[in-house]
Design a protein around this ligand. Sequence first.
Ligand code: HEC
Ligand code: HEC
Length: 413
Amino acid sequence: MAASCPLWSGPMAVSNKDSAIALDVLSSCWQEQQHSINTAGGGCATIFGGVNSAVTDTKSRTASKIGTAVKAYRYQAMRHSGWLVASFISLLLTMPVYGQRYDKPSSSNTMGPARGPVVDPAKVALGKRLFSDSRLSFDDWNSCASCHEPSHGFSEGRPVSVGVLGRRGKRHTPTLLGRASGESQFWDGRALTLEEQVLQPISDPNEMGTTVEAALQRLHQDPVYRNLTRESLAEALASYLRTIRSENSNYDLFLWGWTSAITDQELEGLRLFQNKARCYLCHSGTRFSDEQFHNTGIAWRDSALQDEGRAGITGKSYHKGAFKTPTLRDVGRRGPYMHDGSLATLEDVIEYYNRGGNQNPYLDENIVPLNLTDAEKRSLLAFLRTGLAGKINDGVIERPMQSRNRPVTSAAR
Ligand code: HEC
Ligand code: HEC
């Protein structure tokens, strides 16, 4: 029997098989959550409630439990009583839980742009213009968007960045997706807030190569920017960055109850991601990052660390060669990968993890050989490449999941 669910704007077919799979994943996750809420966030955070990136936060743990109970109940209802009962129960249960989730913009339990300081539309619009304004750089050389290319998932296709006068940086340009919920900035976390971060590229000799004062002087000649100060420049850029996000991937739709939005192969990939392949240990929560620093062996080459990573900031030996876990949202469209851009494709990334990374004295204990079969590698790849491909939004302040107009091809299977 197939049922359609009026909760979603598009056509939706929930077969008994789909709901059984979803229920199975959710309930195994539920059990896992009972045993494994830990500092890393626990893999269940990935599937739980769709919003619970901060699993260590008690409030969000409670919300996850409610969210999961609601989903489990909904799927059960769908299995046993058909769509009418299911949608009625869904509607009743969903409203207070999801309502609570999104009606508090500054709550730590949201995954959208509202997280952190509330964003002001005027500042966002100003920030968006400044983001692609080359007057922020020496000799009009480049803009933020030259390296953080919107069409490349706000990252870039080169292994390491090239700034003014063709100067090569030493690291790969990271994506700016989901920075609203980031806990620190840069691969080594050397800046805490976005306001602190955004002025640094302007004076970095390898990036924009000027000074903030000189950039402001140039901008002041334009009447639009006459009143711009150091603070308002930082605020505008940071406000805009908080709106850059990827949403409505097949994975998101699946979490929200549209079980047929995810393909069987992607779903198998998600299971592997959370279990055998161990990815969720670090790429946890719906932002797919624990925001912590790990040595995955990437910086180890020719029997030496090529980049100290986090240790360059903290001086701690356990931070040697450790870098911040990047988000995996829309990862398929933004290679090459890693802090040095050394892995060209997602296939390379999977092979790298499968062989247990590069052995070195500081390797994270969770990087171990995985023994994935070829079919398992293909499923994991499908989850990463298409399961996590969403719609990238920037400059728009709206609650996530309200723009549901992305055609999801797999839903039409
Ligand atoms: C020349 C290329 C280049 C330009 C221009 C540039 N960036 Fe970056 N950006 C990078 C690189 C490379 C890094 C990583 C550096 C590191 O971690 O040491 C980075 C890191 C960042 C991060 C941290 C992301 C994270 O995941 O922690 C933010 C935010 C950011 N840039 C915003 C901006 C803004 C805003 C501008 C314009 C004012 C800008 N960038 C201009 C290359 C560039
Ligand atoms: C021990 C923690 C940990 C585990 C486990 C882990 N990762 Fe990572 N991942 C990281 C860190 C840290 C980085 C950045 C490493 C660097 O650049 O040096 C990263 C980088 C990546 C990137 C590159 C993203 C980008 O924007 O460049 C991908 C893709 C990725 N991981 C996928 C996976 C997959 C798939 C798995 C499971 C097979 C996995 N990771 C397991 C911590 C981890």
